[in-house]
Design a protein around this ligand. Structure first.
Ligand code: SF4
Length: 204
């Protein structure tokens, strides 16, 4: 039987998930029906409509606003011309055996962390992946790899910076925020990552 604490946690989780679904729907609706040009404008419109004050939901709204605005340009890029940037903080810091060089860490898929699943899913879809050490390393990878679209998994600060900088190169982006941020042993929801990896290729 679930104890009270566990039930409260699950209720909170499902409330957050429901709110995220509502935010995404409203972002899509406003983007389709109103003259809004930037993620800031779109996020502010939705935050005001839903009276969002919570910091995590506010950050989610901003990043998702960028995703909505960029999605059709992103989907116009073939999967083999996209890359996914994975933060090394998702590794199991104690067990990880991934070697590192200028292109970042090379996951050996030992299975100790979620990166094994993410890298395998990317490879299955023909999307190149890089495991990066932080925001500036990610930007260097983009400069060297010259992808036509970038999907990044990151904490809010790195995602915001990355989307802005990569956007200045004229490259469409998609981003998924870490569900538990920090410097080590962070977490991300795999379903959200797979949804982004599965975004269709509408170039043909
Ligand atoms: S799955 Fe990859 S990234 Fe994760 S701990 Fe193993 S080698 Fe390191």
């Amino acid at each position: 039987m679930l104890n009270g604490h566990k039930v409260a946690e699950e209720t909170e989780e499902s409330r957050t998930t429901n709110m995220q679904v509502k935010i995404r729907q409203l972002l899509e609706s406003f983007e389709a029906t109103e003259t809004i040009h930037t993620p800031e404008e779109l996020a502010d419109r939705v935050k005001s409509e839903l009276e969002i004050e919570d910091e995590d939901l506010s950050n989610f709204t901003f990043i998702e606003a960028g995703n909505v605005i960029n999605q059709s340009a992103y989907e116009y890029v073939k999967k083999e011309d996209r890359i996914v940037l994975i933060p090394h903080c998702l590794r199991d810091a104690e067990k990880c055996i991934a070697p590192i060089d200028d292109e970042g860490y090379h996951c050996k898929k030992c299975g100790a962390c979620i990166i094994a699943e993410i890298t395998q899913a990317a490879e299955d879809r023909g999307i190149k992946w890089y495991m990066v050490g932080g925001g500036s390393h990610a930007i260097n990878i983009v400069k060297n790899a010259r992808p036509q679209a970038v999907f990044g998994i990151a904490c809010f600060d790195d995602a915001k910076l990355g989307v802005e900088k990569v956007g200045k190169f004229g490259i469409p982006t998609q981003a998924v925020l870490l569900s538990k941020a920090g410097c080590v042993n962070t977490e991300v929801e795999i379903d959200k990552v797979l949804t982004k990896l599965d975004l269709p290729d509408s170039s043909e």
